[in-house]
Design a binder for this molecule. Structure first.
Ligand SMILES: *Cc1c(COP(=O)(O)O)cnc(C)c1O
Length: 421
């Protein structure tokens, strides 16, 4: 029987996926024996390197102890331990952990939680505030609060309305927009990717703006959701992006790096105030949301093992090294005329290529740069004309140097090809 695998976010016409058979630290090994440096942490999930022995061992042990159990009216030590350790690392009001499967569900849960929170308090609210360019996942709630784009086009009529805020508006600053929205709507929550909008092309904004937005939302009685699905677990140089500011959100969404990139797991951590609105003799106040694999014990064991590694000073020195080297690379990029807005936040470096024809996600030069890098043993995946590097923290100095050099050569070659077309 002919079979076909349909890959995510992929136009399958004429696409021939590379077959990866094994991986170690920052390197993937292909079926033909070649290796690729994973400069994008396999879609931003891998933190401590592929097949990290400590996490692999924790999963192997857990698999012989308890692999999965229904998570309604039942709990288990790995989930308890994870909730305790994570909330200890989060700012104060964040103490109640709801488990799910991935980043999209962590966001979906946050949105449903807030809507029902206001329902349960008999003061329903109906609007969310979200940033232009936002990405919060591919489920309907996640898509609704995400930017309208080629990703969401086919589903537009089926999504709920969201009040959008622009960080770049020339006429009205973001704070005025929030104030006006609060007058016009019954706003349940403000959802943001703190400090850096990933899918928008690694667009960065300052901690000062984030802090002021959070303070204002608080003052206006708007609940705050920090979607740290990408930024969590050290990406921005601190454990959480919100560690760069002092005002805490009411809900945080975690996933991607949570298991070190080993297993899918999502977590929505909320304040006690939100949780308490669901405690009642009235059944309908229950939060009726869950997934079959909620609280999966293997994923929780992986997450606990990944957390152990953040207690190791070596992890933080690797993060600092990566930060400094990426920063230096970005400074060298600043001298190139074909590179726009070189920027760096924590372990993430990014820049843009000219996009005069507004080809956006289908930008041909960045595709060529990526193809060149792949031929030279480096895996990148530009977001349209936005090119970025987001490697696992364990990438070695020489591998990182190779990534940077190959990317520069890729830029030279891609434009040359363009001229000869
Ligand atoms: C990736 C991402 C999501 C969605 O997570 P999935 O695990 O892919 O469903 C949500 N929010 C942000 C900020 C993300 O980067």
């Amino acid at each position: 029987m002919a079979y076909q695998i349909w890959h995510p976010f992929t136009q399958m016409l004429n696409t021939h996926p590379q077959k990866v058979v094994s991986a170690k630290a920052a390197r993937l090994t292909l079926a033909d024996g070649r290796t690729l440096i994973d400069a994008i942490s396999s879609w931003w999930v891998n933190t401590h390197g592929h097949c990290h022995p400590h996490i692999a061992e924790a999963i192997a042990q857990q698999a012989q102890q308890l692999e999965q159990v229904i998570f309604a009216r039942i709990t288990h030590p790995q989930a308890e331990r994870l909730a305790e350790r994570l909330t200890a690392r989060l700012p104060d009001p964040l103490e109640v952990a709801f488990f799910s499967d991935d980043g999209s569900t962590a966001v979906e849960v946050a949105l449903k939680m807030l809507l029902q929170y206001f329902e349960n308090r008999d003061s329903p609210r109906d609007t969310f505030l979200a940033l232009e360019g936002a990405y919060h996942g591919d489920t309907f709630g996640g898509m609704s609060v995400s930017a309208r784009s080629v990703f969401t086009q086919a589903f537009e009529r089926h999504m709920f309305q969201v009040h959008r805020l622009s960080l770049q508006s020339p006429t009205e600053d973001i704070f005025t927009q929030i104030e006006r929205a609060a007058q016009q709507h019954r706003v349940a929550g403000l959802i943001v990717e703190p400090l850096i909008q990933g899918v928008a092309g690694m667009q960065m904004y300052s901690p000062e703006i984030l802090e002021k937005m959070f303070r204002l939302a608080r003052a206006l009685d708007i609940r705050i959701i920090a979607d740290e699905v990408m930024t969590g677990f050290g990406r921005t140089g601190r454990m959480w992006a919100i560690d760069h500011i002092t005002t805490a959100p009411d809900i945080i969404c975690l996933s991607k790096g949570i298991t070190g990139g080993f297993l899918p797991l999502g977590l929505t951590v909320c304040s006690r105030d939100i949780y308490e609105a669901f405690l009642s003799q009235q059944t309908e106040k229950t939060f009726f949301h869950g997934h079959s694999y909620t609280g999966n014990a293997l994923a929780c064991a992986a997450a606990n093992a990944a957390l152990d590694l953040f207690e190791d000073a070596d992890t933080w020195s690797s993060i600092t090294f990566l930060e400094q080297t990426q920063q230096a690379f970005v400074e060298t990029l600043a001298c190139r005329s074909d590179v726009l807005n070189p920027r760096c936040l924590g372990t993430i470096a990014a820049f843009d290529l000219e996009d005069e024809q507004e080809q956006g996600y289908l930008h041909p030069i960045s595709r060529r740069v990526a193809d060149f890098c792949e031929q030279k043993g480096v895996l990148i995946r530009p977001l349209g004309h936005h090119v970025y590097l987001l490697p696992p923290y364990v990438i070695s100095a020489s591998e990182l140097e190779q990534v940077h050099q190959v990317l520069l050569q890729g830029l030279d070659t891609a434009w040359q090809l363009d001229e000869s077309d």
